[in-house]
Design a protein around this ligand. Structure first.
Ligand code: HSE
Length: 410
């Protein structure tokens, strides 16, 4: 399986390192060989820093996509990431991403563009907590009534530090130094990051990603030490809680006071926890590292392994392309055919091309035969008519070879 990685920030470079260092172990345990075939990043100094050989560096997104079966998007943000994911799906590649904003806001567009499962995003919610695959696979026949949790490590860390007496600004600074916060912490502290995650979870359950405009969102910026002290005096803790109630069809992210008997009570620091309420298995909770390079990269690797089952099917698929006489009745048209074939090859499938004889060639051969015999011998007629296709298949094969691809006429 060829893996292309776009974006070599904290998470992307960790994915690269795991695939490089643990490739043999992954193959032994999963039966799948995953090699990094191309990488691309904006900060070119990263290539040297990570010791990436120059032949692995992609010229552009297209070069990365064409040379990969699975594209890992760890660029972050929305513009470039959206372009990469869209182009990858159009070229029938499988995409693995950790980008919750991208899935929350453009998930519907991506899902519609691909008929089979081509987009994997376990790492987008809860870092190393396998909540997405749980909802998609294990809980598929359960009625999920409610999801509630601490979905943002940065704000949970900040609130936990403030609980111990630190002020907001100092706690935020430490969160940034520890690499928990996104490059721009606005999304974390305003609650948007948690809202994106709720939108992603909603999409997994319902098939439609609502986006965050439908989610009532309040962050932790307005909170000061006195709010936490007041909560503590009342025997409570203040946490940023995300809730989706599928029965009432409401979702919100807001700071809430919780009591000691709440399962989220002891979830402190950068940890995340997600409580799922179902009709068949009641209520359970998943808890773990919701942010940071290793947990997020590990979720990406797990997605690569899940995705490889689909990508394998895709890359083995054969498509038959048929071009009639008028589509091949000049050299120019034959060159157009070759370009259409090239597009298919780039999309990852293997085309078998069937062509007719050029233009009205077959009619002409019929007429020629009639001038010789009113009842021509069947075998000889086949020999004669096949010469029309002999010409076109050889010319189409040559045109494809001219574009730098292998082809043979049969
Ligand atoms: N900034 C996010 C968090 C990163 O703190 O949870 C993981 O999504």
């Amino acid at each position: 399986m060829r893996i292309g990685i776009a974006g070599l920030g904290t998470v992307g470079s960790c994915v690269y390192a795991i695939l490089k260092d643990k490739g043999d172990e992954i193959e032994k345990r999963s039966g799948r060989k995953c090699i990094v075939s191309k990488v691309i990043t904006r900060t070119h100094s990263k290539y040297d820093k990570l010791g990436i050989p120059s032949d692995l560096v992609a010229e552009d997104f297209e070069d990365l996509i064409i040379n990969s079966d699975i594209v890992v998007e760890t660029i972050g943000g929305s513009e470039a990431a959206r372009k990469l994911v869209k182009q990858s799906l159009e070229l029938n590649r499988t995409v693995v991403t950790a980008n919750k904003m991208l899935i929350s806001e453009f998930g519907n567009e991506f899902m519609n563009s691909s008929p089979i499962k081509s987009l994997f995003f376990e790492a987008a919610v809860g870092g190393g907590i396998p909540i997405i695959s749980l909802l998609e696979d294990y809980l598929i026949f359960h009625g999920i009534k409610r999801i509630r949790g601490i979905l943002n490590g940065t704000t949970n860390f900040i609130l936990s530090e403030m609980q111990k007496g630190m002020d907001y600004a100092s706690a935020l600074k430490i969160a940034q130094e520890k690499g928990y916060a996104e490059a721009d912490p606005t999304s974390d502290v305003k609650g948007y990051d948690a809202a994106y995650k709720l939108s992603v979870l909603t999409g997994v359950k319902t098939g439609v990603f609502p986006g965050i405009s439908t989610i009532e969102t309040k962050g932790i910026e307005g909170i000061d030490k006195s709010d936490l002290e007041r909560a503590a005096t009342a025997g409570k803790k203040l946490k940023l809680i995300g809730t989706i109630d599928f029965e009432r069809e409401v979702a919100s992210v807001q700071p809430q006071e919780i009591e000691r008997n709440d399962p989220l009570w002891s979830v402190d620091g950068v940890e995340n926890a997600i409580e799922v309420e179902t009709d068949l298995s009641g209520r359970f909770i998943l808890r773990g590292e919701g942010a940071g390079a290793q947990p997020t990269a590990t979720a990406i690797i797990s997605d690569i392994l899940r995705a490889s089952r689909y990508a394998e099917k895709q890359s083995n698929s054969v498509v038959i392309m048929k071009f009639g006489g008028t589509s091949v009745d000049s050299a120019e048209k034959i060159k157009d055919v070759a370009e259409r074939v090239q597009k298919k090859v780039l999309s990852g499938v293997k085309p078998v091309i069937v062509v007719s004889a050029m233009g009205v060639e077959t009619d002409k051969l019929h007429e020629l035969a009639k001038e010789i015999s009113s009842k021509p011998n069947g075998r000889e007629m086949d020999m004669l008519l096949a010469t029309g296709e002999q010409k076109s298949i050889a010319l189409v094969a040559m045109a494809i070879q001219e574009l730098g691809m292998k082809s043979i006429s049969l």
